[in-house]
Design a protein around this ligand. Structure first.
Ligand SMILES: [Zn+2]
Length: 276
């Protein structure tokens, strides 16, 4: 069943847990993620990242159409989200085909421009009944990059003003996580998350969510994180499973192996995020 980000995060808020949000740049990852959510009977968010199209993976309209079809027929609530949309035209393309949520990412822009563009994204999404996530502060490295870049942590006062003035539905916060593989153990600023949570009235999102310890996941959820973006370690788990295959003669066998590995890894993540 296809739902918006706003609605799926209400479930998280009511259960005081977080919803797993997974990039699904190919059919195998889509099928693996949805199968995991259905087996655990938990809501889930599937995401198309703008950068994955730039990397030569699926085009938004190709992958988005299948994501929406799969969300629609799923037995659990599924939100179809555009991850790190860095330009408004691209976001509009997602909304045009029916994405129920978009992230506008203007974190690398001048703050004034980030505010203004986020307001436009909110206005645009409202016309489609879709939700908007946006970011203040910066996670450093982008979706495609290695972790370890210089991060700018989200300032609580800035977060308060940003949420109030833009009318977004969810706020992505920078507090020590990074995209990609962690080169050293991440040090998360839990107090910052708690403080921001106490000041804003929309759910908070953690990016760079894979590679964090189980204990830290629990702590961030306690501090108010309601959406956890998780991709890198799921992609790594699939690659490792394929590498360990004895017979790699046929691509279809490789695809099934990767799909099953995605499902197993995502099930582990969802169990932690949903506290089951
Ligand atoms: Zn991200």
């Amino acid at each position: 069943m296809l739902v918006t980000l706003k609605d799926i995060l209400k479930i998280a808020q009511a259960k005081q847990c977080a919803i797993g949000s997974f990039n699904t740049p190919n059919l195998e990852s889509m099928k693996g993620v949805i199968a995991a959510a259905e087996e655990l009977n938990q809501p889930v968010i599937i995401m198309h990242a703008q950068v994955h199209e730039e990397m030569g993976l699926c085009e938004l309209e190709e992958t988005g159409t299948i994501m929406l079809y799969m969300a629609d027929k799923a037995k659990v609530p599924v939100c179809v989200h555009l991850d790190h949309g860095t330009d408004l035209d691209y976001i509009k393309r997602g909304l045009d085909i029916g994405f129920t949520s978009v992230m506008y990412d203007g974190s690398l822009l001048d703050p004034k421009e980030n505010y203004a563009n986020t307001c436009i994204a909110v206005e645009m999404a409202a016309r489609y009944g879709a939700s908007v996530e946006a970011e203040v502060g910066s996670m450093g490295a982008r979706e495609s990059g290695e972790a370890g870049g210089e991060s700018v942590y989200t300032d609580p006062d800035e977060a308060y003003r940003f949420v109030k003035e833009t009318g977004i539905d969810a706020l992505a916060c920078a507090f020590g996580t990074a995209h990609g593989l962690y080169l050293k153990e991440p040090k998360l600023d839990f107090e910052r998350v708690k403080k921001i949570n106490s000041m804003i009235d929309v759910p908070m999102v953690m990016h760079g969510g894979s590679g964090v310890s189980e204990e830290d996941y629990k702590k961030v959820i306690d501090c108010g994180i309601r959406k956890i973006n998780y991709y890198t370690y799921m992609a790594k788990a699939a690659a490792e499973a394929v590498c360990a295959m004895e017979d790699k003669t046929f691509f279809h066998d490789i695809a099934v192996c990767a799909q099953n590995a995605v499902k197993d890894d995502v099930m582990k993540a969802i169990k932690i995020f949903s506290r089951i």
